[in-house]
Write a protein that binds this ligand. Structure first.
Ligand code: SDX
Length: 435
């Protein structure tokens, strides 16, 4: 893949009086990179770029982002088109296979998802041994990691069985998420149903009751499909890069995904969707004084940050935030929720921030996490499961990147270099001579 992008242009680098010509690679959407794979061998130098602000780790055919123009495409399809016209399962198929499914493809994929919707009864007992207040993301990453013990064959050549491995994980993670919620309530587990769609099944497993049967609401199912689609992939974000890095050591898919779940949990990453609601509630109980919080966010001596704002790549609007914001009014309206105070505060915060020099100078806009919690809350999803919902959506993206890496003939184990700034060599001192 990368070899197909080498252009005729060269980058000239002069070091210690010697000039080196480095290849330039150009992506299919015109992104350019200096190929430094031979840099240390030719010059003895490495580069340094903490946080990988300017460093590409791979080439990929899965997702394209343009942070300046606010563009997000999955396999070449615009996120707006996918969010408006597809189900989450269709988009999961697109990410995994590179093309939108035919009706027959979708039928076969749905049969696989149904076939893998239960978890081993021994795994069900795992839930009995987590502490009652265990964080749902810890439970999720532990359960996903332990899944690989039930399928030891995964450590053979996984690409031969990637359809089963992917469908099994996408289906079982939904069941694990719902079961962990039911267990946290002490409520009876609700089994998946083959006659329900992916999202309807999840909602039913979460909210059905033997005494008050859950009625699947099409507006709620549509809203959940849209949210999961918007979270399905986002190129080399922290958690996807984690899945790739762990997988690059030839770790099986489920163990790699478990690592990605842990990375996503961070409040700077997927954990932000839960933190946004906590922030909006705090502002609301403090009398909606959002100007005070805007000032706190701008104060370098105050650790408070406007959660749900800012992005490493988007230096203009995050298209997902725009779509979710539009969906908020529609979903809350369909659910008969009018004047949600947190939505009103969120909109005010956005309006004030986007006129404020501090946010304008730093290109800080609402990101995917700023409004998503408003809808999850309206759907009845408990706040401590918002990041689990992010993981449910991101799963097909993680699997696609892991599979793409395993299928790349030029793939190497990920092992960054460093610049050492510690003590120079020192004489050893025996313990009795140390002061
Ligand atoms: C996700 O990478 C992805 O694609 C992630 C994601 C995905 O789909 O996988 O899009 C999902 O993780 C979205 C981001 C969710 N996180 C948050 O909402 C947490 C709040 N946001 C920030 O912590 C921050 O904006 C990050 C972590 C998102 C991005 O951090 P960067 O790129 O390292 O930027 P930075 O922290 O260096 O900030 C640059 C400047 C700083 O000010 P100065 O030092 O220049 O004076 O902007 C300021 C920051 O203090 N800043 C903020 C801010 N975010 C950045 N100031 C106030 N509030 C904020 N939210």
């Amino acid at each position: 893949m990368l070899m197909d992008c080498i252009s005729n242009e060269k980058a000239e680098l002069t070091l210690d009086g010697k000039t080196y010509l480095l290849p330039i690679v150009v992506g299919t959407m015109g992104e350019k990179a200096i190929d430094i794979r031979s840099l240390r061998a030719e010059t003895g130098y490495i580069t340094i770029d903490s946080g990988y602000m300017n460093t590409g780790s791979c080439s990929s055919q899965i997702t394209f982002l343009d942070g300046e123009k606010g563009i997000l495409n999955y396999r070449g399809y615009a996120i707006d088109d996918l969010a408006d016209n597809c189900s989450f399962v269709e988009v999961a198929y697109l990410l995994l296979h590179g093309s939108l499914p035919t009706r027959e493809d979708l039928r076969k994929f749905s049969v696989l998802l149904n076939c893998y919707s239960l978890i081993h009864e021994d795994m069900v007992h795992f839930f009995d041994h987590f502490p009652p207040n265990a964080a749902p993301m810890t439970i999720l990453s532990s359960m996903v990691n332990s899944l690989s013990t039930f399928y030891p064959e995964m450590n053979e050549n996984p690409l031969e069985d990637i359809d089963n491995m992917s469908a099994r994980l996408i289906s079982k993670v939904r069941t694990i998420a719902a079961f962990s919620y039911r267990k946290s309530l002490g409520a009876p587990l609700v089994m998946p149903r083959h006659d329900y769609s992916y999202c309807a099944n999840f909602l039913n497993m979460m909210f059905d009751s033997p005494v008050n049967p859950y009625v699947v609401d099409d507006d709620v199912v549509a809203a959940l499909n849209k949210l999961l689609i918007l979270h399905a992939d986002h190129e080399q974000n922290c958690s996807t890069s984690t899945v790739r890095l762990v997988g690059s050591a030839r770790v099986n898919l489920y163990a790699s995904i478990s690592a990605g779940i842990n990375a996503l949990w961070g409040p700077l990453h997927g954990g932000a969707n839960q933190a946004v609601i906590e922030m909006l509630e705090k502002i609301h109980t403090s009398g909606d004084d959002f100007k005070k919080y805007i000032d706190k966010a701008k104060d370098r001596n105050d650790p408070f940050r406007l959660v749900g704002f800012g992005h490493r790549v988007y230096k203009s609007h995050d298209p997902r935030a725009r779509i979710i914001k539009e969906a908020c009014d529609q979903v809350l309206g369909a659910l008969g929720i009018s004047n949600d105070p947190l939505l009103a505060i969120a909109k005010e915060l956005e309006a004030v921030a986007l006129k404020d020099e501090y946010f304008i100078e730093r290109n800080l806009y609402p990101n995917v996490d700023f409004y998503s919690g408003i809808i999850y809350r309206a759907l009845g999803i408990p706040q401590n499961m918002f990041t689990v919902m992010f993981a449910l959506g991101r799963l097909p993206g993680w699997i696609s990147h892991w599979t793409e890496m395993w299928g790349d003939p030029n793939w190497r184990i990920g092992r960054p270099r460093q610049i050492y700034v510690g003590p120079k060599s020192r004489e050893f001192v025996k313990i009795d001579d140390r002061k």
